[in-house]
Design a protein around this ligand. Structure first.
Ligand code: AMP
Length: 189
């Protein structure tokens, strides 16, 4: 299984990614987790990307594409992988196509999470107010609005991109709860 998850911030991608990766025994590759880890470590990459993350903007394509190029060549990706939060722009999707061609691999499908904006906002704010766990620097109302706008402008066009390739499967998550969405996804896969 080689799966891409598409969907706005707060759509539930991370939660569902865990269920899918457990079932199919594939690595969960989240570019958001990768860049946050770099920031926590204080690495050179972390220093480069922190400003973008804190403002709710996308990190430059070339930086993220380089990260993914390295990651997909690792051994644990041999039998499949799930990409969560990548690609986020048409340029990233095109770079992924080139990379997969080089590796003679094809995507199995792209799951596109369809969730109304009100639900997204409510969920992220809830996540931000939860005690315990690490609080994300970009989970506050102003930045969330920005992240949703960036998603609409730069990432939403990917639905049409993958639909044209016959890879898109829409997850009509709406206001359904986590387990209902999980069941829906397992039926789609
Ligand atoms: P996420 O956890 O996927 O919501 O990502 C958090 C932040 O990391 C985003 O707001 C971006 O600043 C950065 N980021 C994660 N993935 C990408 C990507 N594919 N392209 C550009 N920036 C990204």
């Amino acid at each position: 299984m080689r799966i891409v998850l598409l969907g706005a911030p707060g759509a539930g991608k991370g939660t569902q990614a865990k269920f899918i990766c457990e079932k199919y025994n594939i690595p969960h590759i989240s570019t958001g987790d990768m860049v946050r880890a770099a920031v926590s470590k204080g690495s050179e990459l972390g220093k480069q990307v922190k400003g973008y993350i804190d403002k709710g903007e996308l990190v430059p394509d070339s930086t993220i594409i380089d990260l993914i190029k390295e990651r997909l060549k690792e051994d644990d990706c041999k039998f499949g992988f799930l990409l969560d939060g990548f690609p986020r722009t048409i340029a990233q999707a095109e770079a992924l196509d080139v990379l997969l061609d080089e590796l003679t691999l094809k995507l199995t499908c792209v799951l596109d999470f369809d969730v109304p904006k009100e639900v997204l906002l409510e969920r992220i704010l809830k996540r931000a107010s939860k005690s315990g766990g690490e609080k994300r620097s970009d989970d506050n109302e102003e930045i969330i609005e920005k992240r949703i706008k960036v998603y609409t402008e730069q990432t939403l066009p990917l639905s049409a991109y993958y639909k044209d390739k016959g890879l898109l499967k829409t997850v009509k998550a709406g206001t359904l709860d986590v387990l209902e969405v999980k069941e829906m996804i397992f039926k789609l896969l």
